[in-house]
Design a protein around this ligand. Structure first.
Ligand SMILES: [Zn+2]
Length: 64
């Protein structure tokens, strides 16, 4: 399936960080960015797997 829009973004291998998706709890192997980490090894912002990463095209209701 061709799903390219512009330049491909490099993926960051984050397996060493033991991150899990904030929505489904599945382990995350790679992200399109380097996540900012706290000193205790937790991400400073919630991270999501490919299925649950936030969509930018619409601003839905935010639940935190
Ligand atoms: Zn998920």
């Amino acid at each position: 399936m061709a799903f390219q829009m512009g330049a491909p973004r490099p993926m960051v291998d984050v397996r060493a960080l033991n991150l899990t998706c904030a929505t489904c709890g599945r382990p995350i192997e790679e992200l399109p960015f380097q996540p900012a980490m706290n000193d205790d090894g937790t991400p400073q912002r919630p991270v999501y797997c490919r299925e649950h990463k936030p969509q930018r095209k619409s601003f839905g209701p935010r639940r935190y």
